[in-house]
Ligand binder design. Structure first.
Ligand code: 2IT
Length: 457
């Protein structure tokens, strides 16, 4: 509660009221409402110390996207049949820079998911220290089992609907689940054809046309740099730690690569079909094999256990039942629930760092924090991906390409800085660092300050 001297009004953020108003306006959008609630619960105290935020309706303006573009994407499949999908771009907040965030192609994509991702992206991008606003886009198009030509035609049709809303200083998309280098290449190719300009209005591009070195590795590498900083504060290192990773896409690959390089043993990866447990560690050519598995387009990990008989495939199960020191969810939202958290805690897990966006449910987060183990949220841990996208934008703007060492050094510096912001804003009286609170407060304050400075718009 706070007495505002100027207006003599008592302010106190009423989270229940804000949430019920939001729910009435956006019924059933559970991921979006979940992401908003988490941030509001974290920032309540600092919000109440700033009555000017309330007077300017900062929260009410911040929780709604600036703009949503929705469009029908019509394309022709290999059989000559006409297919229809829905496409979206959620331009969430551009207070601190151009809209920036990935594109997701997955059958599960809907507005609730893209709004939660756009909301999270806004704070994540603020944490990177780079001038980028938040956005997210995508389609319910499923790349599973599609031919290369079908993927290309879909990407072209998608951009034909969206290109007018994009631009290097306006909105810069990138990849996410189902969108990697190939899809970015096809989308950028179509975009460039339409605008007839090489301004790099996409990140995650190929190295030969404006892409940044280290961008494919950046999300996983950045996550491990962040985990290294957490461990360093606890006088620990990655050396000898066992690690459970979920997923087997680009993010899981980068995380496995760096964790192994730092001396840890990665014992699991997973897919929609189940998980792989490899007691000898997923290292060397086995990490390269993840890329091969991914490029088959079938979205299954089972073949790993056929190729490497020392490994076991557990159909339909999640990896969180294995005994590990560190869990790195790298697949998708809400992939660690309350029961998974109990399993991890019962097996003595010490650190859970989300590399996926909102990888843990609120019940799982509460369980980790109650047990006083370290939990770090995706918007801090995985920010190295979008940060390196920001570095790609800088390289494009100056018409240069930096060395891998240069990009990696900047990525390191950015991750240190994010870790520092979390510690500064998230350290509790007993010395425990609540990384979720720290990340939410630091990201929120930066966006709120920028919105305040720019007036009521
Ligand atoms: O969730 C994310 O931060 C991303 N998918 C990357 C976004 C980007 O613009 O590089």
């Amino acid at each position: 509660m706070h007495l505002d001297n100027e207006l003599n009004i008592v302010y106190d953020m009423d989270i229940n009221k804000i949430m019920s108003d939001l729910e009435a306006k956006h019924p059933g959008e559970k991921e979006y409402l979940q992401a908003v609630k988490e941030v509001l619960l974290s920032v309540g105290d600092v919000y109440n110390q700033h009555p000017e935020f309330e007077r300017n309706k900062i929260i009410e303006r911040m929780v709604e996207p600036d703009r949503i573009v929705t469009f029908r994407v019509t394309w022709i499949d290999d059989k000559g049949e006409i297919q229809n999908n829905i496409g979206y771009r959620v331009q969430f907040n551009n207070a601190i820079g151009p809209y920036k965030g990935g594109i997701r192609f997955h059958a599960s994509v809907n507005l609730s998911i893209l709004k939660f991702l756009g909301f999270e992206q806004t704070f994540k991008n603020a944490l990177t220290t780079l001038p980028m606003g938040g956005a997210k886009g995508g389609s319910d198009f499923s790349p599973r089992g599609k031919s290369d030509r079908e993927i290309m035609r879909f990407c072209q049709a998608f951009i034909l609907c969206l290109w007018k809303n994009l631009g290097p200083d306006r909105d810069v998309p990138a990849g996410d689940i189902g969108v990697g280098g190939r899809e970015v290449g096809y989308m950028y190719g179509m975009y460039k054809k339409l605008v007839d300009e090489n301004t790099g209005t996409f990140t995650g591009k190929g190295l030969s046309f404006g892409g940044s070195r280290i961008r494919p590795e950046a999300t996983g590498f950045g996550a491990l740099y962040f985990v290294q900083d957490i461990l360093k504060r606890q006088n620990e290192t990655m050396e000898g730690k066992t690690v459970a990773i979920s997923g087997f896409g680009n993010v899981a690959w980068g995380a496995a690569l760096k964790a192994t390089e730092l001396g840890a043993k990665v014992v699991t990866i997973s897919g929609p079909d189940g998980y792989i447990y490899d007691p000898e560690g997923i290292k060397g050519e086995k990490i390269d094999y993840m890329l091969e598995l991914r490029s088959s387009g079938e979205d299954i990990v089972a073949p790993y256990a056929e190729k490497y008989p020392e490994a076991t495939f557990f159909p339909g199960k999640k990896p969180w039942v294995q005994k590990v020191d560190i869990a790195l969810p790298c697949a998708t939202q809400n992939e660690v629930n309350g029961d998974d958290a109990k399993d991890l805690l019962n097996n003595g897990v010490k650190l859970v760092a989300e590399v996926s966006n909102m990888g843990c449910t609120p019940e799982a987060i509460d369980a980790f924090i109650a047990a006083r183990i370290t939990y770090a949220p995706g918007k801090a841990v995985n920010a190295g991906g979008v940060a390196t996208s920001g570095l790609e934008m800088s390289q494009n703007a100056e018409h240069l390409q930096w060395s891998a060492a240069e990009v990696d050094a900047k990525l390191h510096e950015i991750m240190h800085n994010i870790h520092q912001q979390c510690v500064e804003h998230g350290t509790e009286p007993d010395g425990y660092v609540n990384y979720m609170k720290g990340a939410n407060i630091a990201g929120f304050m930066k966006v709120a300050d920028a919105m305040m400075a720019q007036g009521v718009i």
